[in-house]
Design a protein around this ligand. Sequence first.
Ligand SMILES: [Zn+2]
Length: 93
Amino acid sequence: MKYLIWLVVLLAVVVWFQRAKKSMLAGSDSADAKAEPGMPPPKSSRSRRSSDGGAETMVQCAHCGIHFPVSEAVVHASGAHYCSEEHRRLASF
Ligand SMILES: [Zn+2]
């Protein structure tokens, strides 16, 4: 019975990670490094993006400081990189 609870928790975490990844691409900042302690970060989805072989250049969000692949960056007119459309908008004020 104890294992069933853990299975449900694990499933919820996996679903949460997938939703967070999607909302991050859509422009929300809800996915910022909130990994559960003891849970390894999901690395399997990375191979999907870097199928061209080379390692991606990592950039830092000028608003919150998180590091992420440059292909996911939102670039401001000033040349600054942001992790999401929302952070770019927040920084432009
Ligand atoms: Zn950010």
